[in-house]
Design a protein. Structure first.
Length: 134
């Protein structure tokens, strides 16, 4: 079984830690970035992850702008992007999905929802069940 790698891009350190912990629990390696600028540099120089978890509302480069940057280089299948936000307005969700997001999760996240999204965007993903670990 291959190990999947995820990037978390969120200006909230606590959210990066929380999402990172949930990813590790379901068997995914996590790397965090505090800004779209930092993640953009890494995307240009490092091998891309298997999936990106991207906060919508960030200073300087917001999630929608970073999503456009990713989609200018990778298709939805090559690099899935899961948007994260405290907002759940249908128009925002529709706009982001139309712009190339693969999925949308509302904060705070639930580990079961996270696993279901991963199963949907990563072919062959069968993560660990949280109940099996605790």
């Amino acid at each position: 079984m291959s190990t999947y790698k995820a990037w978390i891009i969120d200006d909230d350190v606590d959210m990066c830690k929380a999402v990172g912990l949930m990813l590790v629990v379901v068997g995914v390696q996590a790397r965090s970035f505090r800004s779209g600028v930092e993640a953009g540099r890494a995307l240009l120089s490092d091998p891309p992850p298997d999936v990106i978890f991207l906060d919508l509302n960030m200073p300087k480069v917001d999630g929608a702008e970073f999503l456009r940057f990713v989609r200018s280089r990778y298709s939805n299948q090559q690099l899935p992007v899961v948007m994260l936000s405290v907002e759940s307005a249908e128009t925002a969700v529709y706009t982001l999905l139309s712009a190339g997001a693969n999925a949308f999760l509302v904060k705070p996240l639930d580990v079961d929802e996270l696993r279901k999204v991963l199963e949907g965007v990563l072919p062959g993903f069968a993560g660990q069940n949280f109940d099996d670990i605790v």
